[in-house]
Design a protein around this ligand. Structure first.
Ligand code: ZN
Ligand code: ZN
Length: 390
């Protein structure tokens, strides 16, 4: 609630600093997608056969995945975080299709993103959520920063010839990949009618879809969801966001362990970017995949749980306990009071394992996680009881 109040903080529009190129492009593609694209489909789509519809659906789907994943897998996890290494075909592919998302060069993108991690939630964070949801989503792109921040945090990438090549040529590459190729594919499939359709659907509409899917990470992933790993920053884990961001929705984990090639670390979490990186590693296309040991991850979760317990007990100290009559709630309160010992024992054990670089066995991991789930369960019981009282 506190964070949401902060969002009402106002972003003032500095009209003298409008970045007209970005603004016109972002607005133009959005307007075309909302007007000309549906109009064209309405005008011509009635004459299309099932095969025609299938052709455009498949082209859109592949273009959406190729360009979207080039951002999450390439721009983000490979170039910004070096969370794994990749052979040149992977670099070239993600640089070409990443350019086609029209989100700047990988070098500039990484420089912004590294600043975001380093200065998250402060004025030096390029997409600071405390400036408001609109600013974090798209507003920050509409205005030029003065002075322009130097590229002093991407010196490693300046030594990568593929990254430097893309930095110099990304605009023509983006134009060719995003507009010329779909137009040509549509033309070879069915003449000018399908060429224009492919340009509109797999060009314009797809650009807007991919861009907003990236923007969601900067806005909603700092706004909705929970914080199982750290409440020190606004980043949140949300499975809904993971669905529309190729797995980047587990953003709380990502901010805590930014060099892990995974964002969704739990087996059931939807993270197609992680799966693709792992799959390519089977063929040697990606290697040196960095992952945080289970013991470290669990330790972090226990530390965060301890904070939640403390906060809960603090709130309870202000409530008259006798006004919460149910016995099972009183039991939960007692349990929370004694849970400090459980947490200390487990975190010490996990710390010792991390020091010795020993990871958890599967059964130990499950047992410890169950202990944490019991504590979180008691917190939930108390919160719900308080909600009912309110
Ligand atoms: Zn973030
Ligand atoms: Zn990141």
């Amino acid at each position: 609630m506190k964070d949401q109040n902060k969002l009402s903080k106002k972003f003032k529009f500095p009209l003298n600093r409008v970045d007209w190129t970005n603004t016109l492009f972002l607005l133009g593609t959005l307007i075309v997608s909302l007007t000309i694209v549906p109009f064209y489909i309405w005008q011509h789509g009635a004459d299309w056969s099932k095969v025609d519809i299938l052709f455009h659906s498949i082209l859109f789907f592949f273009y959406y995945c190729f360009t979207g994943m080039s951002i999450t897998l390439g721009y983000h996890r490979l170039f910004s975080h070096i969370s794994f290494k990749a052979k040149w075909p992977v670099k070239l592919f993600t640089l070409v299709f990443g350019a086609a998302a029209f989100e700047n060069s990988a070098l500039d993108w990484s420089a912004d993103h590294r600043r975001h991690h380093k200065h998250v939630d402060t004025d030096l964070d390029p997409y600071n959520i405390n400036e408001g949801l609109f600013y974090a989503h798209i507003g920050w792109l509409l205005f030029k920063l003065r002075p322009i921040p130097p590229l002093n945090n991407v010196k490693d990438l300046l030594n990568d010839k593929w990254v430097v090549w893309q930095h110099n040529w990304w605009k023509p590459v983006a134009f060719f990949t995003s507009f010329v190729v779909p137009f040509a594919l549509g033309f070879s499939y069915g003449g000018y009618e399908h060429a224009w359709a492919a340009l509109l659907i797999s060009g314009f509409l797809r650009i807007v879809a991919v861009q907003h899917s990236t923007f969601f990470i900067n806005s909603f992933c700092h706004w909705i969801g929970n914080r199982p790993y750290s409440s020190h920053c606004t980043a949140r884990d949300s499975w809904i966001m993971a669905l529309v961001t190729f797995g980047e929705g587990y953003h709380n984990y990502h901010h805590e362990f930014q060099h892990d090639y995974r964002n969704g670390v739990k087996p059931w979490q939807f993270d197609p970017t992680k799966w693709t990186i792992w799959f390519m590693s089977l063929f040697g296309l990606t290697y040196n995949l960095r992952r945080v040991a289970d013991a470290n991850i669990l330790r972090r979760e226990f530390i965060e749980t301890e904070l939640k317990v403390k906060r809960q007990l603090e709130i309870l100290s202000e409530v008259e306990i006798s006004s919460i009559p149910q016995e099972y709630i009183l039991n939960s309160i007692e349990y929370l009071k004694s849970s400090a010992e459980v947490i200390k024992k487990v975190t010490d054990e996990l710390q010792a394992m991390a020091n010795k670089k020993i990871d958890l066995s599967k059964s130990k991991f499950i047992q410890m996680r169950r202990e944490m789930d019991v504590i979180l369960g008691h917190i939930q019981i108390i919160s719900q009881a308080k909600l009912k009282m309110a």
